[in-house]
Design a protein around this ligand. Structure first.
Ligand code: AMP
Ligand code: MG
Length: 341
């Protein structure tokens, strides 16, 4: 199949709407990462997403809408809890995904057989225009080959999926650069399953106490069931082996272990002290720029064929929690704690 590279102009968006209505697959920009979209109400179209990405069938998809009213209009949920309505008022459109009991319009392919569904209203104007042009909600996971770093440019999508999908719409770089925060609204005390651009503190300021799932910061124990199936896989990984290095003597450790095949993934403040190729994600205090740069940098490390990356373990305040959550999965939970050796 030839993959069309389209722009954000009106004619191209109209064409994308037609492709989606007839069951096709389209890479679309959002403020988090690029999504691979299909008609969420068409099980067969949605099955195509799993095939194109090589995504395990037990990992459910997020349904994208272009208006809060779409939740009820398309019968996407069987219950829209009060706390979810409050969060929708405050954070939609934006990088927050809420899990609710699924409605009868949701095919099994979307929810991967669960009795819940994940819903998000993206803030990106082109994503909204594409959803409106399709006239239906769109199921969309990240538009990468399953397991690789998520795509934050149209070129990343083309690298992974050229020839496997109908089209990609180029909307430039994604603003946030990491996937949405996922929170389940099913329990009385809602629980974050995946951290993202909207932080726990922001959510608590609207609905009070919430929980954070153990799997956000820790590896699941063998046999333990993941509340969010996506959190159980090694994920977001470049081909290079990534090791997270924890401790203030990070730069000394990397310099001692330097080699031509070793790269560092670090803060701006570390870069000039390092004697290996250093990829800086931003200032230590600037978690937004770290989030923005992470996936593109992991892809760049692969394009330069490094074999081993010592990544500085990020601080977990605010959006830093999301950066940490992605990096520890990119590392397959391999960590060196300098305070313990
Ligand atoms: P992605 O689309 O690649 O951003 O992945 C979507 C994330 O949302 C994955 O981690 C999924 O496991 C999670 N997710 C989607 N639907 C549900 C659901 N109904 N229950 C729990 N997690 C979900
Ligand atoms: Mg993904």
């Amino acid at each position: 199949m030839k993959t069309l590279l389209l722009s954000e102009n009106e004619n191209d968006i109209k064409q994308v709407g037609e492709i989606l209505r007839r069951g096709g697959l389209v890479g679309m920009p959002t403020e988090t990462v690029y999504g691979l979209a299909a008609n969420a109400l068409d099980g067969e179209a949605v099955a195509g997403i799993f095939k194109a990405k090589g995504r395990p069938m037990d990992n459910p998809l997020i349904v994208h809408i272009a208006d809060i009213g779409d939740v009820e209009k398309f019968e996407l949920v069987s219950d829209f809890p009060e706390k979810a309505k409050l969060l929708a008022e405050k954070f939609w459109s934006g990088p927050l995904t809420m899990i609710m009991p699924k409605g009868r319009a949701i095919p099994d392919e979307v929810s991967a057989g669960l009795d819940t569904v994940a819903i998000r209203f993206p803030e990106h104007k082109t994503a909204q225009a594409i959803i409106r042009a399709a006239g239906v909600p769109l199921a969309a996971p990240s538009a990468n080959i399953s397991g690789s770093p998520s795509p934050t440019t149209a070129a990343h999508v083309m690298n992974d999926l050229n020839g496997r999908i109908d089209a990609v719409v180029d909307g430039g770089e994604c603003r946030v650069g990491l996937e949405s925060t996922v929170i389940t609204m099913v329990p009385a005390t809602p629980r974050i399953l995946r951290p993202g651009g909207i932080t726990a503190e922001q959510i608590e300021s609207v609905i009070g106490k919430i929980d954070i799932d153990d799997a956000v910061l820790n590896q699941l124990k063998s046999g333990e069931k993941a509340a969010s199936p996506g959190m159980k896989y090694k994920h977001y990984s470049p081909r290079a082996r990534v090791i997270l290095v924890k401790g203030e003597s990070y730069t000394d450790f990397v310099n001692k272990n330097r080699d031509k095949n070793v790269a560092a993934l670090c803060y701006n403040e570390d870069a000039e002290k390092l004697r290996v190729r250093a990829f800086a994600l931003g200032d230590r205090a600037d978690t937004d720029s770290q989030a923005h740069a992470l996936f593109d940098t992991l892809r760049q490390i692969d394009s330069e064929n490094f074999e081993l990356v010592y990544a500085r373990c990020p601080d977990t305040d605010g959006v830093g929690m999301a950066v940490y959550n992605r990096l520890i999965r990119a590392a397959g939970f391999e960590v060196i704690d300098l305070e313990k050796i």
